[in-house]
Design a binder for this molecule. Structure first.
Ligand code: NAD
Length: 247
């Protein structure tokens, strides 16, 4: 018996990094996974898993989102994972960086939730997981101005959806990882003038002495996607997962 047997899970940014690890983990736990991304080439690597169906989706495009929502009859879990890291302070952030980041990191989630929530409400049951970050309202991180702003907005969006719909059977949580070793993180390190030094600086920031892995974040997402998290009396909304920043 898998922990997600029979569940239909739609997720974005599934072609690499955390999204890919989650798509595989969801599938291994018995879910029927609809894995989406803009990168069709990399997405195809997931076709080796019989429980994963791939779909090309740009989450900044409303018409593509609405088309996908129409095609999918039933959805149990929506995992909004797509996001982009802009490096720099507010003075390094041009209008186009601001708009691109807010569109991809926040507006996409607004559009995805609006497209899929009515289907969940019709069933009186649904589960939404949003990808935030410890770089948000949780922690001030250098050179992450628009990124942190966008991820703080994701926390606000999550808590708001949770508060509005918890009584109608909808769970909404977000995950807030620390630094996770993913292809885009490696690219960001390589883009620094001294990549080796940049890697060491990333590692020194980690109190555990290492970065989290995408698979570790996927364990948490499996838990959130499952029915193991009881809808209790406690506060609904944000589950902060600060792997591996312990503070
Ligand atoms: P990544 O950057 O390695 O991969 C991102 C994926 O998103 C790629 O497959 C890319 O093709 C896809 N993508 C980009 N634009 C898209 C669009 N418009 N529509 C659909 N897909 C698109 O991913 P990652 O580092 O695993 O990060 C995934 C999420 O986790 C992001 O939201 C990120 O902000 C968040 N996060 C990452 C870390 C980290 O340290 N890596 C830490 C905290 C939070």
């Amino acid at each position: 018996m898998g922990r997600l047997d029979g569940k239909v899970i739609v997720l974005s940014a599934a072609a690499q990094g955390i999204g890919r690890a989650c798509a595989i983990a969801f599938c291994k736990e018995g879910a029927k996974v609809i894995a989406t991304d803009i990168n069709e080439e990399k997405l195809k690597e997931l076709q080796q898993y019989s429980g994963i169906q791939i779909k090309v989706l740009d989450v900044t495009k409303k018409e593509q989102i609405e088309k996908l929502a129409k095609e999918i009859e039933k959805i149990d879990v929506l995992f909004n994972c797509a996001g982009f890291v802009h490096h720099g302070t507010i003075l390094d952030c041009e209008d186009r960086d601001w708009d691109f980041t807010m569109n991809l990191n926040v507006r996409s989630m607004y559009m995805m939730i609006r497209a899929f929530l009515p289907k969940m409400l019709a069933e009186n049951s649904g589960n939404i997981i949003n990808m935030s970050s410890v770089a948000s309202s949780i922690k001030g991180v250098v050179n992450r101005c628009v990124y942190s702003t966008s991820k703080a907005a994701v926390i606000g969006l999550t808590k708001s959806v949770a508060a509005d719909f918890i009584e109608q059977g909808i769970k909404c949580n977000c995950v807030c990882p620390g630094t996770v070793d993913t292809p885009s993180l490696r690219d960001r390190i390589q883009a620094q003038p001294n990549p080796e030094q940049a890697l060491q600086e990333f590692l020194q920031r980690q109190r555990t002495g290492r970065m989290a892995t995408a698979e570790e974040v996927a364990h948490l997402c499996v838990y959130l996607a499952s029915d193991e998290e009881k809808r209790g009396e406690g506060e609904v909304g944000t589950l902060t997962h600060q792997l591996p920043l312990l503070e």
